[in-house]
Design a protein. Structure first.
Length: 291
C-alpha cells in the first residue's frame, strides 16, 4: 500500500459525506412547498450559467459539488449558503451578480410588501406556467409602465415593488400570459398624455413577445363578467385566482370560483378582438388620442 492511499481514502470519505449532505438537503427541500424567492434565485444562476456556456455538470465540477445539487439550486428546491453563492459567482465570472441576488432574495420576504388581501397570489403568479388576466378599468400591474404605475400608486416603495414583481414574473422562463383588457382602458387618462402614450406603446411592444397574447374587448356586454380577475395555473394544474372587489380583492383556490372564472375568461376571449386587431386598435388610439 502506498503512502498516498490513506489520503485518497480520506478524500473519498469526505466526498461521500459531502454528497450525502447535498442529497439530504435536496430531499428535504423537495418535500417543502415551492419558494418563489428560491426559484427566482435559481433562475438567475441558470441564466448566468448558460451565458457562460456551461452545462450543469461542468459548473458542478468547477464548484466541487454534484450535478444534482446544481439542478436543485437552479430549480429552487434548496437554499444554498452565502459561501456557495460566492463560489458560483467566481466560477461564472458573474462580477457579484449572484451574491447580490442571494442577498436580495434572503431579504425578499421582509422587503417585498403586498396588500394583505394580495399576499398569497404573487406566490402563485410567480411559480405559474399560465396566467390569465381580465381588466376593466386600468392596465394590469404586470403590464404597467413605471410612469403609469407611479400615477396610480403614488408611493415610490409601492412602485418599486410593482416593478420588481414584473421583472420576476416576466423573466425567462416566463409563463404563458393571456390578457383581455376592456377598450375603455385605452381611453381612460391616467397621468399626463405622454404617460398614456408611453403605456400604450408598451402594450404594443408586449403584444409581440412570445408567450403573451393580448386582446382588447370592445364595449360589449358579457353577462358572466362582473369584475376584474386573474388566474394563475401551475404545471400540476393547481390554480389560484385574485378577484377585484369594490374595496380590496379576494384570493381564492375554491374549485367553484375557478370553474366559473375559467368559463368567464373563455367567453371574454370569444368576444374580444384577436391579437392582430387588438394591436391595430391600440396603435390607432395612440395616434388619435395620445399624440
Amino acid at each position: 500500500m502506498t503512502a498516498a492511499a490513506p489520503a485518497f481514502r480520506l478524500h473519498l470519505l469526505a466526498t461521500k459525506l459531502r454528497l450525502g449532505r447535498e442529497i439530504k438537503m435536496a430531499d428535504s427541500s423537495h418535500n417543502s412547498k415551492d419558494s418563489p424567492e428560491l426559484r427566482t434565485f435559481g433562475l438567475e444562476v441558470r441564466r448566468l450559467r448558460e451565458a457562460a456556456g456551461l452545462n450543469q455538470t461542468e459548473l458542478a465540477t468547477l464548484v466541487r459539488v454534484s450535478r444534482a445539487y446544481i439542478s436543485h439550486v437552479e430549480r429552487g428546491k434548496t437554499r444554498c449558503r452565502l459561501d456557495f453563492a460566492k463560489r458560483l459567482d467566481g466560477a461564472l465570472h458573474a462580477n457579484g451578480e449572484i451574491v447580490e441576488a442571494w442577498n436580495d432574495l434572503v431579504e425578499a420576504i421582509k422587503s417585498i410588501k403586498y396588500a394583505t388581501h394580495f399576499v398569497d397570489f404573487p406566490k402563485a403568479e410567480l411559480t405559474a406556467n399560465v396566467i390569465r388576466v381580465y381588466e376593466t378599468h386600468i392596465v394590469n400591474g404586470l403590464f404597467q409602465s413605471e410612469a403609469y404605475a407611479s400615477a396610480i400608486l403614488k408611493s415610490p416603495e409601492a412602485v418599486a415593488t410593482r416593478m420588481k414583481r414584473q421583472k420576476q414574473v416576466l423573466s425567462a422562463p416566463a409563463p404563458k400570459i393571456f390578457v383581455v383588457l376592456e377598450e375603455s382602458i385605452l381611453l381612460r387618462q391616467v397621468g399626463a398624455v405622454d404617460v398614456m402614450r408611453e403605456q400604450l406603446e408598451y402594450l404594443v411592444e408586449l403584444s409581440y413577445r412570445d408567450g403573451i397574447r393580448l386582446q382588447i374587448l370592445p364595449t360589449v356586454y358579457v353577462e358572466e363578467a362582473r369584475a376584474a380577475f386573474a388566474i394563475a395555473t401551475q404545471a400540476d394544474r393547481r390554480e389560484a385566482t385574485y378577484i377585484v372587489t369594490a374595496t380590496k380583492g379576494v384570493t381564492s383556490a375554491d374549485p367553484a370560483d375557478l370553474a366559473t372564472l375559467n368559463e368567464t375568461f373563455a367567453s371574454l376571449q370569444a368576444e374580444a378582438l384577436n391579437v392582430r386587431e387588438s394591436r391595430a386598435l391600440i396603435r390607432r388610439v395612440i395616434d388619435e388620442r395620445w399624440t
